[in-house]
Design a protein around this ligand. Structure first.
Ligand SMILES: NC(=O)c1ccc[n+]([C@@H]2O[C@H](COP(=O)([O-])OP(=O)(O)OC[C@H]3O[C@@H](n4cnc5c(N)ncnc54)[C@H](OP(=O)(O)O)[C@@H]3O)[C@@H](O)[C@H]2O)c1
Length: 314
C-alpha cells in the first residue's frame, strides 16, 4: 500500500493521513492491558502498520505510566524501519519551571530509545507554567535538535491562537492541536477550532475518532464496555446510537462492505483532520488502515452530520 503523505502543519514534516494511537499499549489502569490483548497482539499490529506504510504513532509519557513509550522504543529498535513519533509532556502541578519540560523530554527520549521526537505536544492546557514559557521551552528543544516540531493538545481557540503567536516569535510554527473529534464529539467543528486551525496552518489531530470504540457498533446498553469506558458512556447514551450506527452500516455496505470504524475515520478525514485511532491487535490495525482505501461522498458526510446531531451530547 502506498498512501500519499500529508504535511504536518507548515513544519515541512510529512506524515500519513492517519496515525495510530497507543494509549492502550501497556496500559493496565484504564485499558486492562494483559487481559484480552498483550505483547504479541501489539507487536503484530505494530509490524502490520509499518508494512502498510502507516508509521505515525502517537503516545504520551503518562500512557501506561511510561509503558507505551517503552513498548514503541523496543518495537522500533527490533524492527529498524523509520517512524514518525509524537509524544506528550504532561503539565503535572508540581512542574513549575520550564526546565521541567526539558527533563520530561529526556525521559521520553530514553523510553523511546530515540535521539529525536518528531512532534512534542503539551498534553493539557491546565499548566502552572504559562503558555509563553512552555512554547519557549519547546522552541529551545527544536533548536537543540531534540524535537522536530511543537504541538499542543486540548487547547481552545484563544489559547491555540496565542501559542501559535508565541512560537512565531521564536521563528517556529505551531504544528498541531490534538483534540477529541469524532461523530460523537463535534465540538472542534462547532466552536470554530477546525476553521481557526485551517486559517493558521495548524494540523488538527483527532483523538478518540472511534468514540473510544463506541462507533464500532460492538457496545450496546445490554453489553456496555467493561472497563473505564462504561462510566463515560452511559447505557442511556448507548441507547441513542443505533440510528447513527445503522446509517454507518448502510454507507459501509454501499462501499463494498466497509466497517462502521472505517466510516467513522473517513468522516474525520472528510472534515480535514488526521485521525489517530487506538488499536489493540492486528485485526483492528488492518481495519483502520483500510479506511484509507476509499472516501465518503459529500452527501454521505452530510447525512452522517445529521445523524450525529440527532444523538445529542453525552
Ligand atoms: N490528547 C489527549 O488528551 C488524548 C486523549 C485520549 C486519546 N488520545 C490519543 O488518541 C488515541 C485514540 O483514542 P482512544 O484510544 O481514546 O479512542 P478510539 O481511537 O476512538 O477507540 C479505540 C478503541 O476502539 C476499539 N477499536 C479500534 N479499532 C477497532 C476496530 N477495527 N474494530 C472494532 N473496535 C475497534 C478498541 O477498543 P475495544 O476493542 O476494547 O472496543 C480501541 O481501543 C489514543 O490511543 C491516544 O494516542 C489522546
Amino acid at each position: 500500500m502506498n498512501f500519499p503523505r500529508i504535511p504536518l502543519g507548515t513544519t515541512g514534516i510529512k506524515i500519513p493521513p492517519l496515525g495510530i494511537g497507543t494509549w492502550a499499549w501497556g496500559d493496565r489502569m484504564f485499558w486492562g492491558y494483559g487481559r484480552g490483548y498483550g505483547d504479541a497482539d501489539i507487536r503484530d499490529a505494530f509490524e502490520y502498520c509499518l508494512q502498510a506504510g502507516i508509521n505515525f504513532f502517537d503516545t504520551a509519557e503518562v500512557y501506561g505510566l511510561g509503558q507505551s513509550e517503552k513498548m514503541i522504543g523496543r518495537l522500533l529498535k527490533a524492527d529498524g524501519r523509520p517512524a514518525v513519533l509524537a509524544t506528550k509532556y504532561f503539565p503535572f502541578p508540581f512542574r513549575l519551571t520550564k526546565g521541567r519540560v526539558q527533563r520530561a523530554l529526556r525521559g521520553s527520549l530514553q523510553r523511546l530509545q530515540a535521539g529525536t521526537v518528531d512532534l512534542y505536544q503539551i498534553h493539557q492546557p491546565i499548566s502552572l507554567i504559562p503558555d509563553k514559557a512552555l512554547m519557549q521551552a519547546l522552541a529551545g528543544s527544536v533548536r537543540a535538535g531534540r524535537i522536530r516540531a511543537a504541538g499542543v493538545s486540548n487547547y481552545n481557540l484563544e489559547r491555540t491562537r496565542q501559542c501559535a503567536a508565541f512560537l512565531k516569535a521564536e521563528g517556529l510554527p505551531l504544528a498541531s492541536n490534538q483534540v477529541s473529534f469524532s461523530l460523537l464529539n463535534r465540538d472542534p467543528e462547532k466552536t470554530g477550532l477546525l476553521a481557526l486551525c485551517r486559517e493558521l496552518g495548524v494540523s488538527v489531530i483527532a483523538y478518540s475518532p472511534l468514540g473510544m470504540g463506541m462507533l464500532s457498533g460492538r457496545y450496546t446498553p445490554e453489553s456496555p464496555p467493561r472497563d473505564f469506558r462504561g462510566n463515560r458512556y452511559s447505557k442511556e447514551y448507548l441507547s441513542r446510537l443505533p440510528p447513527l450506527l445503522e446509517l454507518m452500516r448502510e454507507i459501509g455496505r454501499a462501499h463494498g462492505g466497509r466497517s462502521t470504524v472505517q466510516v467513522a475515520l473517513n468522516w474525520v478525514i472528510a472534515k480535514g483532520a488526521i485521525p489517530i485511532p487506538g488499536v489493540k491487535n492486528k485485526r483492528q490495525a488492518e481495519d483502520v488502515i483500510a479506511a484509507l482505501e476509499w472516501r465518503l461522498t459529500g452527501e454521505e458526510t452530510a447525512q452522517l452530520d445529521s445523524a450525529s446531531d440527532a444523538v445529542g451530547r453525552r
